[in-house]
Design a binder for this molecule. Structure first.
Ligand code: SAM
Length: 289
């Protein structure tokens, strides 16, 4: 996928490249299914953010726009929502959806949130669904985000708890492990989905960036991978998204086929009348400027 129009950040260059390539393709392909699977956790994050009519919100790492749209509905026409993302293709999808929904109060910019010159002292709420764990220098990034907030403005960010405490990451990965080359365990603090798993680290980052009243609230939520009996669909979901997807990036098709069989066998035991579910475990991170 083209990196044309992608921001030319320096420190976050590797992540910017990643989010303009295969990752974006997977998120675009699965967009409606991701939004359905994440709907319960999204509702919890949005409710915890207590979004009010007329508020100004920045949505960081807004991706294909699911939360930008919902935030825009909640702030109403008197409010304003600005989504920011480094992924040109995902931002394009978000813009299309905003236009289709006719939500003039929402807009999306392609920008590296770590260094973007936000309008200072402006936003009431900094919101993110899984978009703030990819900064190479998270202290500098969260200090930059803090400058965008009006005095007393608040943050509500959803981030994954540790890999090993997230069955929806671990179970598919374990099912495939014997079929894949040995994997080094991910560095827990490296930019990526698990970077905010350690609560002490998150507290330290936020304090160093100047945020106060920092809270982390654990939420364990069933993620519906597919309707009942749809094992192929559930298997595709976890092979394109999450920990297993990252492990499969350069794996040849024949091995991928064997992985799919092994993963489907494991997912079969999570198939119920309401669908195929695995548990996801997240932090809701709150703070005040
Ligand atoms: C896991 S996806 C989540 C997307 C969206 N929030 C959602 O939940 O559907 C992470 C998003 O963060 C974006 N991202 C990563 N680093 C970023 C940065 N430095 N500035 C802005 N967005 C970034 C990626 O492009 C990607 O869209």
């Amino acid at each position: 996928m083209s990196q044309q129009n992608a921001p030319q950040g320096e420190g976050n260059a590797a992540q910017i490249a990643y989010w303009n390539d295969k990752a974006a393709l997977n998120w675009l392909t699965l967009q409606t299914r991701i939004d359905a699977a994440f709907a319960p956790l999204t509702a919890r994050a949005l409710d915890a953010a207590a979004v009010g009519a007329g508020e100004r919100v920045i949505d960081i790492g807004c991706g294909c726009g699911a939360t930008t749209l919902e935030l825009a509905r909640r702030v109403g026409p008197a409010g304003e929502v600005r989504g920011f993302d480094v992924s040109a293709p995902m931002a394009a999808r978000a813009r299309e959806r905003i236009a289709e929904a006719g939500l003039a109060q929402a807009r999306v910019e392609i920008a590296d949130a770590a260094v973007h010159p936000f309008v200072p002292d402006h936003a009431d709420l900094l919101f993110s669904r899984f978009g703030v764990m990819f900064f190479v220098d998270p202290v500098a990034a969260f200090a930059n985000l803090r400058r965008a907030m009006r005095p007393g403005g608040r943050m509500l960010c959803a981030a994954w708890r540790p890999l090993m405490e997230n069955p929806w990451f671990v179970l598919p990965l374990e099912a495939a492990r014997s079929l894949l080359p040995p994997m080094a365990p991910p560095e827990p603090d490296a930019p990526g989905p698990y970077a905010f798993g350690n609560p002490e680290r998150v507290h330290a980052i936020m304090a160093a960036a100047g945020w106060r009243e920092v809270t982390l609230t654990r939420q364990d939520i069933a993620i519906r991978l597919a309707p009942p009996g749809q094992l192929a669909e559930a298997t595709e979901f976890v092979m394109r998204l999450g920990a297993l997807a990252r492990a499969l990036v350069d794996v040849e098709a024949a091995v991928q086929a064997r992985v799919a069989k092994a993963v489907a066998e494991v997912l079969a035991s999570h198939d119920g009348t309401e669908g195929i579910h695995l548990t996801g475990s997240i932090w809701l991170i709150g703070a005040v400027k």
